[in-house]
Design a binder for this molecule. Structure first.
Ligand SMILES: [Zn+2]
Length: 340
């Protein structure tokens, strides 16, 4: 499968070290995870229809991660009950391939400090995918993140919205390609900052999620990325709980389904999905039966019934009257989500 066009012939570019925290040397990959070379997108990056979004996949490898202080949101004086970061902040780089593009000026007007925005997004991903909802640290061996060492944000003129790929160095070095054309056309302009942050969060999740050694359905990969975006209250206004199509249609469609599972089975359910994708290749029926005790199709049928009927799923879960709001059980402690 192909992603958006790769940068073949490009104008002179500027590379800036946007931000970095400690980037310790990582041991050579111990596990025989697939690595190197660009990671093809599990789903094609859709052209922006009425709104935002998309992109690609990650190609993790296997290594222990240790905690490291972050540069943005956490401070030394914070309570010891704050969740300790699991993801070590990557080296963050910025590459601008067209300074004269109108999208470039809009990007910096909306996001004057992209390094801080990316660092905050990494923290949010850590909290939602790797830290316990109660702030305690999970066993590192089970819940550690892929050992992404650097992330280069490439702003360039291209079709689509954005995608993430492994760099030419190796798969622990990621590149997020973000379309200046798309940024230039975000409307209304008051949504620029939120949309850019949402897309960056989605793409960064691809740098830190597991993909069952590339056997995970693309729709689940994209759903997890949008689920994190949803939990960060960065979902665009046009997102809706969809009941058409299968559970793994991807993006916000699957994100809302994952949110339902999080509500039904408790905080940490999506973390468990992600953790299971680290350890094993994806085997659909066994995957969900082992994790949640029933086939995913059955769970999705319950979800559709609950959304359509608004009368719950018969198992104590009610999603009536919450519309498209994010009912994120983890947000109260981690995000600025207004939901109680
Ligand atoms: Zn994506």
């Amino acid at each position: 499968m192909e992603t958006d066009a790769q940068p073949s012939s490009v104008p002179p570019s500027i590379v800036v070290a946007a931000s970095s925290s400690s980037t310790p040397s990582m041991p050579a990959a111990a596990a025989p995870e697939p690595r190197g070379g660009p990671t093809p997108s599990p789903l094609p990056c859709p052209a922006p229809a009425s709104g935002p979004e998309d992109a690609t996949s990650a190609g993790p490898a296997d290594n222990n991660r240790t905690s490291s202080s972050s540069s943005s949101s956490s401070s030394d004086s914070e309570s010891e009950h704050e969740p300790k970061p699991t993801i070590r902040h990557p080296k963050l780089l910025l590459k601008i391939q067209d300074l004269a593009h109108p999208g470039t000026a809009k990007f910096f007007r909306a996001v004057p400090d992209p390094g801080a925005v990316l660092a905050e997004a990494v923290d949010n991903i850590d909290r939602h995918l790797y830290c316990s909802p109660d702030g305690s640290q999970k066993p590192k061996k089970k819940f550690h993140a892929p050992p992404t060492r650097s992330v280069t944000l490439v702003l360039r003129d291209m079709d689509g919205v954005a995608y993430t790929t492994g760099s030419e160095i190796d798969n622990d070095h990621k590149e997020i390609h973000f379309s200046l054309r798309y940024i230039d056309h975000i409307r209304p302009e008051s949504r620029l900052a939120a949309e850019i942050r949402g897309v960056l969060t989605h793409e960064l999740v691809h740098c830190y999620q597991w993909d069952a050694r590339r056997t995970c359905p693309g729709g689940l990969i994209e759903g997890v990325a949008d689920w994190v975006r949803l939990c960060c209250d960065l979902g665009p206004p046009h997102w809706r709980r969809g009941t058409e199509g299968s559970w793994d249609k991807g993006y916000d469609h699957t994100a809302y389904f994952l949110q339902y599972l999080e509500t039904r089975f408790g905080p940490g359910t999506v973390q468990a999905v992600n953790a299971k994708l680290r350890r094993h290749e994806y085997r659909g029926d066994a995957f969900w039966r082992e994790l949640l005790g029933m086939p995913v199709e059955e769970l999705y049928a319950d979800y559709v019934k609950a959304v359509k009927g608004g009368e719950g799923d018969g198992k104590g879960i009610r999603i009536q009257n919450i519309g498209n709001d994010v009912l994120c059980t983890m947000c109260p402690s981690f995000c600025s989500s207004p939901f109680p």
